[in-house]
Design a protein around this ligand. Structure first.
Ligand code: PEP
Length: 241
């Protein structure tokens, strides 16, 4: 089965021209640019698919600065990231808010990329992860959870976190197992129907370590997705594992 590569550009690049160049070089990936570039990038036939980095909790119009699921659909987004750690930890997004956003993504028939992951791998990390997963997916049906791409992104491994380092494939799998257990126990989900991604300092030299694992359906790439050559290498690896 082919693996998926997703680019999270975060708040990059600074100009539309740079965004267009990067998008043209991202064939075969799902690209999540800042909202403001979606409309123009949707006009380019690059072989990449568009996703959004966030969504409003509802279509209720009194939400200054927010972007609704309906708008995202019209702008050409097919995927939406819910619960990225930047939003959870830097912008104060709670599990309850992420849960509302996730429901909104599903409501609009967009494909959810749901990020979960502990802030530090301390003695409480397992309990933290179990709790975060339960709250993030709360109230969703089994069928809805099966539609999600669940990205395990330990915050300590995200390249913008000071002192970050990539997780090892072994410990990423251990965490994915914890997440699976919560979903299987609480929702009676079949393990085979769940899709997991890994994200956190994925670069061309470690991408194969993650992409070659049967437990991992793809990678979510931040920093390295902003470097055309580097990102192309990761996409090529995904096609050859
Ligand atoms: C991310 O922002 O989702 C991410 C995984 O970032 P990076 O690849 O830069 O660690």
């Amino acid at each position: 089965m082919s693996k998926i590569v997703i680019a999270n550009w975060k708040m990059n690049p600074q100009t539309l021209v740079e965004a267009e160049n990067l998008f043209r070089a991202s064939s075969g990936a799902v690209v999540c640019p800042p909202f403001v570039y979606l409309e123009e990038l949707a006009k380019i036939d690059s072989g990449a698919v568009l996703g959004a980095q966030d969504i409003a909790v509802s279509d209720e119009p009194g939400q200054t600065g927010e972007v609704s699921g309906e708008m995202l659909k019209q702008l050409g987004a097919k995927y939406v990231i819910a619960g990225h750690s930047d939003r959870r930890w830097k912008l104060g997004e709670s599990d309850e808010t992420v849960n509302k956003k996730l429901k909104e993504v599903l409501e609009h028939e967009l494909m959810p990329i749901v990020c979960v992951g502990e802030k530090s791998r301390d003695s409480d990390f397992k309990m933290f992860l179990q709790n975060q997963v339960s709250l993030t997916f709360s109230g969703l049906t089994k069928e809805q959870i099966e539609k999600c791409l669940i990205a395990y992104e330990p915050v300590w491994a995200i390249s913008t976190t000071p002192g970050s380092r990539s997780d090892t494939p072994e410990s990423a799998i251990e965490s994915i197992k914890i997440i699976k257990e919560v979903l299987v126990e609480n929702w009676k989900l079949e393990i085979g129907n769940l899709s997991f991604l890994y994200g956190g300092s994925v670069i061309s030299t470690n991408a194969r370590d993650f992409l070659s694992l049967k437990e991992i359906s793809g990678v979510l790439v931040g920093g390295a997705s902003l470097d055309k050559e580097e990102f192309k290498k990761i996409i090529d690896i995904s096609l050859n594992v």
